[in-house]
Every structure is written in structure tokens, then in C-alpha cells.
Design a protein around this ligand. Structure first.
Ligand code: CA2
Length: 144
């Protein structure tokens, strides 16, 4: 069974615990459970990780090379700062979908640019945690 990597960056472990007006009430565990079930329906194994540390995320992306079919990533605040994550994604051969729970374009100016967007096949922002499911479905289409 093909594998999809679901990566979440800094502070996304706090989903459902703080700022529900921005990020909703679902926890990260809820998101992972929904994506795991949807992945199985679509014929994919979903491997999910979250880290608050840039280098750890870079390591997971590097380890995905040759093993993982596609990546869904919400890099969190690292979207706006991390050339290292962009470089790691550029070294990964499969399709990448970028997800933001909030609409980053409706927020502070510094959130409007994401280094990852220039690498991603698609970018989903502002659809809440539902965006992860849409990203997964799009990857399934791209990998069919
Ligand atoms: O909208 C998104 O998904 C973001 O990637 C979330 C990041 C933010 O820095 C990006 O600009 C947009 C922040 C994640 C923080 O997540 C929290 C969740 C609940 C409570 C506190 C933080």
C-alpha cells in the first residue's frame, strides 16, 4: 500500500486547546484519525508526525525519499521562514500539498508569503481542519 506522509509544524499540537476562533475545536489527534480513515478509503497508508523543531521536520522529509508517495504538510509558522524545509521538499520526488487551517491571506502581512507554496502542487488555506481531507483527496488524484 502506498504511503502518504502527513506533517504538522510548530504549535499545531495545541489544536483544539487554544484559539478555537482561528483554528477550530478539533484536536490534532482528531485530524490524524480522520486522515487515517480517509487515507484507507482512498487506498493509502497515512503516517502522521508533528514537531516544534525545524530540523526534525527536515529529517522526516529526507527520510520520505523513495519510500513515501506524497506529502501533506502544514509547516505552521515555518511556512513563512524556512528555506530548509523548502530545500528538503525540493529533494523529495513526489507531489506535495500545503495546508493552512486559517486563511493566511486574511491575517498579518508576514503570513502572506510561504516558502513551501512555490514547491507545492496545491495550497489550501482557510478551510479549517477540513483542508487536510481535501489535500489528501487531491494527492490521491495526482498519484492515481
Ligand atoms: O493556519 C495555519 O494552519 C497556520 O499554518 C498555523 C500556524 C501559523 O503560524 C501560520 O501562519 C498559519 C500556527 C499554528 C499554531 O497552532 C495553534 C493551534 C491552536 C492554538 C495555538 C496555536
Amino acid at each position: 500500500m502506498k504511503k502518504i506522509l502527513l506533517l504538522n509544524g510548530p504549535n499545531l499540537n495545541l489544536l483544539g486547546q487554544r484559539q478555537p476562533e482561528i483554528y477550530g475545536s478539533e484536536t490534532l489527534d482528531d485530524v490524524v484519525a480522520t486522515c487515517t480513515d480517509l487515507g484507507a478509503t482512498l487506498g493509502f497508508e497515512v503516517e502522521a508526525h508533528q514537531s516544534n523543531h525545524e530540523g526534525v521536520i527536515v529529517d522526516w522529509i529526507q527520510d520520505a525519499r523513495g519510500v513515501v508517495a506524497g506529502i501533506v504538510i502544514n509547516p505552521g509558522a515555518l511556512s513563512h521562514t524556512s528555506v530548509a524545509i523548502l530545500d528538503a521538499l525540493n529533494a523529495f520526488e513526489g507531489p506535495v500539498m500545503e495546508v493552512h487551517i486559517s486563511n493566511i491571506h486574511k491575517r498579518e502581512r508576514f503570513r502572506h508569503h510561504s516558502y513551501v507554496s512555490g514547491r507545492a502542487e496545491g495550497v489550501i488555506a482557510g478551510l479549517g481542519t477540513e483542508g487536510y481531507g481535501f489535500a489528501l483527496r487531491r494527492l490521491a488524484t495526482l498519484l492515481a
